[in-house]
Design a protein around this ligand. Structure first.
Ligand SMILES: [Zn+2]
Length: 114
């Protein structure tokens, strides 16, 4: 049994690659909008933050005019990094997002100033 395969195999040409692959790039879906939990969906209130001083061991956060009642509220934070963010309004009328606008430091004076 003799096989003559002189002619070109038609399957060899069929496997040649082309750059015309359809649907290779998946388009972005606009419906997949990311929802971040850190999104500021609360009204922003600016606050001044003061370093711990005297018997106060926590950071003092004094807000500007509350978006709910117009007054200024006082909060405390264990660290400066925790001063900002969502908090319940001091008047209890909702939640606002505290944005640290000003930081006061250097009152304690315990640090070794060598
Ligand atoms: Zn308020």
């Amino acid at each position: 049994m003799t096989r003559h395969s002189e002619g070109p195999d038609p399957r060899a040409h069929a496997s040649s690659r082309h750059h015309s692959e359809p649907a290779a790039i998946v388009p972005r879906q606009p419906t997949g909008a990311r929802r971040s939990r850190t999104m500021r969906r609360h009204p922003v209130v600016y606050a001044s933050v003061s370093e711990p001083c005297g018997t106060r061991s926590r950071w003092l956060v004094v807000t500007s005019a509350c978006p709910a009642c117009g007054g200024r509220h006082v909060h405390y934070a264990a660290a400066l990094a925790a001063a900002g963010g969502a908090r319940r309004a001091g008047c209890g009328r909702g939640i606002y997002w505290i944005a640290v606008a000003r930081v006061y430091r250097g009152v304690l004076g315990i640090e070794d100033a060598a």
